[in-house]
Design a protein around this ligand. Structure first.
Ligand SMILES: Cc1cc2nc3c(=O)[nH]c(=O)nc-3n(C[C@H](O)[C@H](O)[C@H](O)COP(=O)(O)O)c2cc1C
Ligand code: SF4
Ligand code: SF4
Length: 264
């Protein structure tokens, strides 16, 4: 076990979790840890290095998370070395203790859970707030992330707790989010391209983490089956040409430079 190397795996739709992962990496690097940060959408759970410390970060969706993240966590290999793991999630308002509950899934695979926490960040879905409020929320989260990252380096690790109520909530939210592929969620959100606005740039297809958008030079089309409803395409379309009956306002956490780092 190499206690100085940390591999962080993150998933992000609109960028909050990427910023959270970068903040944690920055703090750990300042404490002389060697840190890598990788996108879950481009990583193989089976190939993680069990001799490193593993960090997993993702957004909360329906008090749980997206299928792509669940699949990553569920297919992580069992470990006999008590591989250290920590979980961080970003949320718009509440998570029903999902970080700890996912942590306990990994404990059952033999991992040693050294931290699990959820961080309040701007909401990127339906209840999007004003940018001034979003900046305030991100600043507050950065301070909490700093404390969290420092706590990971403590020799005296406090146990991560959950309780029967949150465990029951986890069973229910798992039941619901496991049906994602049944297209129910996609039918509700239903993305539509506004052809008058679309300039056929293909950016939405390039950045979709689930390869759910077909683009061959004409208007993009959604396959629906793989859609995570991560909000990335609708939020970062340069023309705001993607619409949904549910979404009135979109949210972007990343500037152009950060988008380059995060998406490509
Ligand atoms: C489909 C969907 C469902 C969501 N459900 C929840 C939720 O149950 N609880 C919550 O606090 N935030 C929820 N959110 C908000 C996100 O968790 C939050 O904005 C997060 O920080 C986004 O992270 P990202 O920018 O890395 O994608 C949801 C967002 C989406 C897109
Ligand atoms: S990113 Fe927007 S403008 Fe570009 S192809 Fe997609 S929908 Fe059209
Ligand atoms: S189609 Fe849009 S919302 Fe769905 S996974 Fe791709 S980027 Fe995310």
């Amino acid at each position: 076990m190499d206690n100085t190397i940390v591999d962080i795996y993150f998933f992000t739709g609109t960028g909050n979790t990427f910023l959270a992962a970068s903040k944690i990496a920055q703090i750990l690097e300042s404490k002389n840890y060697k840190v890598s940060v990788s996108d879950i959408a481009k990583s193989e759970a089976a190939s993680i290095n069990l001799s490193h410390i593993i960090g997993i970060g993702f957004p909360i969706a329906f008090w749980n998370t997206f299928p792509i993240v669940k699949n990553f966590i569920n297919t992580l290999p069992n470990t006999e070395n008590a591989t250290k793991v920590f979980i961080f999630t970003t949320m718009g308002d509440s998570s029903l203790n999902a970080a700890s509950n996912f942590g306990h899934v990994l404990k059952n695979k033999g991992y040693k859970l050294i931290g699990a926490s959820s961080f309040l960040m701007p909401n990127n879905f339906i209840a999007v707030q004003k940018e001034s409020k979003n900046i305030e929320k991100r600043e507050k989260a950065y301070k909490q992330l700093q404390t969290f990252a420092k706590s990971l380096t403590d020799t005296d690790i406090k146990p991560v707790k959950t309780n029967s109520f949150f465990k029951l909530c986890f069973v229910i939210t798992n039941f619901i989010t496991d049906r994602w592929k049944g297209k129910l969620f996609q039918k509700i959100v239903k993305f539509k391209i506004q052809k008058k606005k679309c300039i056929k740039c293909g950016f939405c297809a390039k950045i979709c983490p689930a390869k759910n958008i077909d683009f061959n030079g004409t208007y993009p089309t959604f396959k629906a089956r793989n859609c995570q409803i991560c909000m990335r395409c609708i939020s970062y379309c340069p023309q705001k040409a993607i619409k949904s009956v549910l979404i009135r306002k979109t949210y972007q956490a990343l500037n152009k430079q950060e988008q380059e780092k995060c998406f490509f």
